[in-house]
Design a protein around this ligand. Sequence first.
Ligand SMILES: Cc1cc2nc3c(=O)[nH]c(=O)nc-3n(C[C@H](O)[C@H](O)[C@H](O)COP(=O)(O)OP(=O)(O)OC[C@H]3O[C@@H](n4cnc5c(N)ncnc54)[C@H](O)[C@@H]3O)c2cc1C
Length: 407
Amino acid sequence: MKPAFLDQVERAGTCTGCGLCAAVSAGIRMTSVPPGWARPQQTGPVSAAEDAAIAAACPGIVVDERDNPHDPQEPLWGPQRFTGVGHATDSLVRHQGSSGGLISALVTHALRSGMVDFIVQVRADPANPMGNITTVSASADDVLAAAGSRYVASSPLAGLEDWLARAEADGSRFAFVGKPCDVAALRARAKADPRIGARVPLMLAFFCAGIPSTRAVGRILDQLGVAAPDVAAFRFRGDGWPGRATATLHDGSSRSMSYSDSWGDILSKEVQFRCKICADAVGGAADIACADAWYGDERGYPSFEEQDGRSLVMARTATGLDLLEAARTAGAVETSPVPVADIIAMQPGQARRKRQVVSRLWAMRVVGRPVPRYLGLATAEASRREPMLLKLKSFAGLVRRFIRGTA
Ligand SMILES: Cc1cc2nc3c(=O)[nH]c(=O)nc-3n(C[C@H](O)[C@H](O)[C@H](O)COP(=O)(O)OP(=O)(O)OC[C@H]3O[C@@H](n4cnc5c(N)ncnc54)[C@H](O)[C@@H]3O)c2cc1C
């Protein structure tokens, strides 16, 4: 029989692909479904207890940040103890990183200082350079190899049991880097699994505009005039800020396109549905969340001109703040504070998404889709900040897409 959690996320279309369900039940594995998203597949029995445990933490069903070790949410940007901009001081890390290399510098500092013994994070799949695998990084070189955003499906929680078993066996501790939904699911699962609190003292996330499909990545290759089997390595960005989507071929040549062309014209058009109704795309459950600290152009829109990398950083818990301060003291990162009011100019899309979540959930209700429960995320307050006309437009636009079958 199909487990209730799976039935619900399938009817709602709200799977994020995080892989938590596959970690909780041996009867579930993650698979890729057209047009290239990670989804759970039932391969064996799922007990009622497993079904309930998954439903309590699956971000396609619930994101409940009320009892997290965080201060109350700022309605658009989540809990914060420090908000600023900065970068890794190591110029290679800053250059290879997606924006300022802060995530890589911070987890490397956590390794070097002995806070953790290894990092669970996502990197390019050597067997399929356009895809992702989850990897264990135990050195600065490993972390550098995983630096840079990869705009395609990842399921970093699918292997959670393996990492926890390893840590339990040798008494080690690890940091986790993931999408906001991955971290929200891990934080939620920690409420039922005490091994997570003991073994995972640090969780980092990045702001996330959503997971594009593998098909969209194929469109980039088409535009570059490249065949997938000829690709030896593929970067979505990084190696500069924002850096170019770059395919390096087996013959050593490379072809690339700008971030505005790859993300703006292709990838952002094929983002999975759940990401469009995300109430926590800023990684509110993380200890630290990083993002692009875009400079606004003269019209107030983020400018994607190439420049030295700069990350937005929010330390969200005492643990996150301690790490950030220690990394700063050790000279691993440089940061300077910015007022919360300035973030909206760096991240206008994320602000709009949060302000429109409530109207989009109403569109789901109207067409009879199950709706994820968002608790402790200040969604009502965020919605109050959006003009009624824009809320109506986002509501009607989504209903229209449901009716046309395009959402
Ligand atoms: C799908 C996606 C959407 C994003 N949307 C936004 C956005 O809307 N606004 C914004 O400001 N920033 C967004 N980012 C994040 C941004 O690109 C940078 O990751 C962020 O600025 C931090 O940069 P950094 O240089 O500090 O990180 P780095 O030092 O380069 O570290 C990046 C980390 O992200 C991990 N990672 C990369 N891809 C994935 C993946 N698919 N799944 C899980 N982990 C991954 C890597 O393992 C690495 O640890 C997005 C990233 C992704 C992958």
